[in-house]
Design a protein around this ligand. Sequence first.
Ligand SMILES: C[S@@+](CC[C@H](N)C(=O)[O-])C[C@H]1O[C@@H](n2cnc3c(N)ncnc32)[C@H](O)[C@@H]1O
Length: 379
Amino acid sequence: MEVRKHIPDYPLTTEGSPVAVGAKPRHRLPKPVVAFTFAWTRWAVESRGWRYEVWNEPPDTELDNVRFLAGGRRDWLISPELLQELRRSAGTSSAHSDRPIVRLSRRTGGRHSAFMTVGFSGEVAEYYAKFRRAYPEQALDFLQDYFSLTPEDSVLDLGCGTGQLALPLAHRVRSVIGMDPEPDMLHLAREAAGERGVRNATWVLGADTDIPALGTLLGHASSLAMTVVGQALHWMRHDELFRDLLPLFRAGGGIAVIANGAPLWLQDTAWSRALRTCLEQHFETELTASCGTADQDRIRYAQALEDAGFSDVRSTTVSYTDELTFQQVIGGLYSAIPAERLPGPDQRPAFEDNIRKAVPHAEPFPEQVHVSVLVGRTA
Ligand SMILES: C[S@@+](CC[C@H](N)C(=O)[O-])C[C@H]1O[C@@H](n2cnc3c(N)ncnc32)[C@H](O)[C@@H]1O
């Protein structure tokens, strides 16, 4: 007799019998191996007189509403005008309306674009181009080895910003597509490409939800060697994105999700903690969002890559120590504040003065940067 093992995800006690729960994304339920495992687990559980239930994610609309409402905890991500507009169109001006919020439109290009100001525009884009950390060469070497990149390959940098990944990658492959929903970021990426003599990059205005259209443009050919997403996946619907990208890769091609260190205000140093306290007071909100850089984010993304059908999913970290001047701390900070919350030019001296008084150390400010690279590829 063959011995099979499967551990259900949750054991629940109820007033009646115990309940064992198996959890799986809805789209995986029809897969023969999943259906088979759940069928014999149900048989095994129910034959003891217990109940067995299979749970999956709530309907998309409900999930979108919950995500949107969760965003409300970070009020600096919400455009007050849009919120006002929503309340008006819902027929109420009450801040405590219990009416359901409309489904986020997929036609807007990105999950957040209708309701949340991603905010990388205007001066923020300029600060981004000037002050954001570049990626260490070892991280790019790792990508080159893992995906066996050659000068014949094409790669996509999704959420390319001002080209932090697209530009150095361009030297290693035939062509790079830099895609981003923020025109100001793209404009500066294109400008930087011109300055650095990069001529094999194409800059495309678009978001994660435009990947199926990009697939059509590429003729649904398996033509991409790699898609990199640097510091941007937390803005995207990563499950759908991974599934949409899968057919676009050549054999051995795949996805790299890269986190370029922790945000300046979430690091384990006295100056970073002081910076955070100062910012939380200024913006009157808790700053806890890890922007996809925390361990639990990486675990979630790794699982999603496997669920979407990518194999050999693994992660590597490149660490180094840096030292920042006060101006670099401020520039990095301004590159991360949504444009409409950026202190105006006349308020900046007082804002910066506040921070200078709050941070305990004199320059330079030491920073331990951990660049984590999560990859998965097609068989
Ligand atoms: C923090 S920046 C990262 C830029 C660059 N990849 C890097 O590693 O420094 C995040 C970028 O993601 C872009 N973005 C936001 N929502 C997006 C979406 N739904 N799809 C694609 N890019 C998005 C933003 O416009 C912004 O340029």
